[in-house]
Structure formats: C-alpha cells, structure tokens
Design a protein around this ligand. Structure first.
Ligand code: HEC
Length: 112
C-alpha cells in the first residue's frame, strides 16, 4: 500500500499541476502553427515568414514585448478565430478547443 501511494502521489501531483500536459500542448501548438501560421508569422514567430514582405501591415511579431502588453488569451483567441479586419490576418474559425489553446500557448512561449 505504501509503495502504491509513493508511486501514485507524484503522478497525481503531476496531473494536477499539468507539467507533462503543458509540454505536450506546446508540441501540439507548434504543429498547428507550422501548418497554418508560419507562412506569414515566420519560423521564429517574429513576423518574418516567407509571405510577410508582401503584406501590409506586416504580420505580428510574437517575440516583441510590446505585443504582449495587455494581451489576454481570450482576446488572442478571438482574433485567431475571427481574423483582424483591414489586415491579411484571416479568421481560423475551424481552430477550436485544445488546438486553439495549444497554439495560443505556443505563441505565448515566444514572449520575451
Ligand atoms: C496570410 C498571412 C497570415 C496568416 C496565415 C496568419 N496570420 Fe496572423 N496576422 C497576420 C497579419 C498581417 C496580422 C496583423 C498585424 C497587425 O495588425 O499589425 C496578424 C495578426 C495576428 C495576431 C495579432 C492580432 C492582434 O491582436 O493584433 C495574432 C494573435 C495572430 N495573427 C495569430 C495567428 C495564428 C495563430 C495564425 C495561424 C493559425 C495566423 N495568425 C496566421 C497575417 C497572418
């Protein structure tokens, strides 16, 4: 019994605090990013993707501290789903649930 507990307690704590889940989310977020966002926002998420030079305004640089000032996850999700009028940022309405959470976590991991 004691042995069982010593195995179960750390597993439970990890489950509660979500360390492995968070790591998995970043991998998942990176996959979504590479498939749908990289062309504009760039390999390094610095707004310098292969398509960026032709765009006005240029795609957002997620490595910039300025961008992350006052930005909530909710507002970011909203823009991803609906797009940003007046820019080439289109809406990705099909991106939902865990994929959406994961891509936001991935973007946030680029904040300085
Ligand atoms: C066709 C090019 C293009 C693609 C593809 C693209 N974006 Fe964008 N994105 C832009 C541009 C352009 C902006 C606007 C920059 C600005 O407002 O100065 C932008 C802005 C944003 C913003 C900031 C919006 C704000 O609040 O100002 C977020 C967040 C974002 N994109 C996320 C994503 C994600 C996530 C994906 C992939 C699912 C993606 N983008 C795909 C071009 C693109």
């Amino acid at each position: 019994m004691k042995r069982l507990l010593s195995a179960a307690v750390p597993a439970l704590l990890l489950g509660v605090f979500g360390t492995p889940a968070a790591a998995a989310d970043l991998t998942r977020g990176q996959k979504v990013y590479q498939a749908s966002c990289l062309a504009c926002h760039g390999v390094a998420a610095d707004g310098k993707g292969p398509a960026a030079a032709a765009l006005k305004p240029r795609p957002t640089d997620f490595t910039s501290a300025d961008f992350w000032k006052d930005r909530s996850d909710e507002s970011i999700k909203q823009v991803i789903q609906s797009g940003k009028p007046g820019t080439s940022m289109m809406g990705f309405g099909q991106l939902q649930g865990e994929d959406l959470d994961a891509v936001v976590a991935f973007l946030r991991s680029k904040a300085p």
